[in-house]
Ligand binder design. Structure first.
Ligand SMILES: Cc1ncc(C[n+]2csc(CCOP(=O)(O)OP(=O)(O)O)c2C)c(N)n1
Ligand SMILES: [Mg+2]
Length: 381
């Protein structure tokens, strides 16, 4: 499997934006290279989107670090960062519309924030405390947010791949022609049963769906090369009767443009697309992991030089659309926003025990009702 971003550079830069569907599953769709130099024309984008993408990536990096610190301080139990993968996360997530349903894997929480999830709810989900609308019933990082149609992942790897195609099929059956579905997975998830079932039904049903595979080259300690014998992950899509795209996952504009094309295609009723985004997990798998035990961290150092934030910032500076001062202000303001939110959330305290009995049964069964009454009595003793 490719562990480097190998782009063929010709002396003649293209004069039109390449079509990611033509670049295909063995190529690598890229608009801005590792140094922040634009290598192909960037198509017209919604007003202000490139700046918003940088801000969202900067915010995510800052938030991830703060959440990891909370875990190290014993204030939350677990955290998984998206460090190094922010472009793949936000570039893909920004291409969906508010009516679409999204089925993420572990590292896409920033998409929920992008779609309007409250920061307090994001942080409270990790505390699992009284400020958490999901009442601490999920492991940290398993965000869900109804208003932004962002569905909690299930911890068993790959299960959301089937959930996503099910939701896409439901939209099809209900004739909701303007609604599509996004489903995310890691490279490791392509070895799960759900991958094959989900991809198969997506192809057979011509489901209004975009699958995004963040190939961060590791599944905890298993390298991508030990995950598959296929030349790329994208090429697998062909066997299921759908196009597979391969995109530079550290190029946020390329990620956005490719996902938007796939989303438009799905919305037109032309069926699903599978997109492999080639990136790298700069940090540990999660707060419970130490990657120096199993991988050559000099490779990680190489990938640090391909930082997606730095690349996009350089491009924006070149466009005259961003400044060092703006970045400084934005980071200072973000830091304060995060601090304030953590303080508010932590002050909420534990989830009320009485909520054990709420939101589960329409009518509580007699045995549980007895337990509920007993708890109420004991609580007042
Ligand atoms: C069915 C199942 N097997 C094993 C695990 C333990 N596990 C959690 S994350 C992970 C690796 C996932 O790798 P990948 O899909 O590449 O996503 P990444 O963590 O790299 O984003 C594994 C094996 C699990 N959660 N579910
Ligand atoms: Mg992975």
């Amino acid at each position: 499997m490719g562990d480097t971003v190998a782009t063929k550079k010709t002396s003649n830069a293209p004069t039109t934006t390449p079509d990611p569907y033509e670049v295909g599953p063995l190529g690598l769709f890229q608009l801005v290279d590792e140094k922040g130099v634009q290598v192909a024309p960037v198509p017209d984008l919604p007003d202000g989107l490139p700046v918003r993408l940088l801000e969202a990536m900067l915010f995510q990096r800052a938030l991830d670090q703060r959440m990891l610190n909370l875990q190290r301080q014993g204030r939350i139990g677990f955290y998984g960062t998206a460090k190094g993968q922010e472009a793949a996360v936000l570039g893909s997530g920004a291409a969906f519309e508010s009516q679409d349903w999204l089925f993420p894997a572990l590292r896409e929480g920033a998409i929920a924030l992008w779609r309007g999830m409250k920061l307090d709810h994001y942080i409270a989900q990790c505390f699992g405390n009284g400020a958490d609308p999901t009442l601490g019933r999920q492991m940290p990082c398993h965000y869900s947010d109804g208003p932004s149609r962002y569905v909690s992942l299930s911890s068993p790897i790959g299960t959301q791949i089937s959930h996503a195609v099910g939701a896409a099929r439901a939209a099809q059956i209900k004739g909701e022609s303007d609604r599509i579905v996004g489903g995310w997975m890691g490279d490791g998830a392509t070895s799960s049963n759900d991958f094959h079932a989900g991809m198969n039904f997506a192809g057979v049903w011509k489901a209004p769906l975009v699958y995004v595979c963040q190939n961060n080259q590791w599944a905890i300690s298993v390298p991508a090369a030990a995950q598959t014998a296929s030349e790329t992950f994208a090429v697998k899509a062909e066997a299921y009767g759908m196009p597979g795209l391969r995109v530079d996952g550290n190029d946020v504009l390329a990620c956005y443009v490719a996902t938007k094309m796939a989303a438009d295609r799905a919305r037109r009723g032309d069926g699903p697309t599978f997109i492999e985004m080639l990136t790298f997990r700069l940090g540990g798998h999660s707060s419970s992991d130490d990657p120096s035990k199993y991988r050559d961290e000099t490779v990680a150092k190489q990938w640090e030089k391909r930082d997606p934030l730095e690349r996009h910032r350089t491009w924006l500076l070149e466009q005259g659309a961003w400044s060092d001062e703006q970045q400084e202000d934005f980071l200072a303001e973000s830091g304060k926003t995060i601090t304030d939110a953590i303080q508010r959330v932590e002050a909420a305290g534990a989830v009320a025990t009485a909520t054990l009995f709420t939101d589960v049964w329409a009518e509580i069964p007699p045995m549980l009702h007895d337990q509920q009454m007993r708890l109420e009595r004991e609580d007042t003793v």
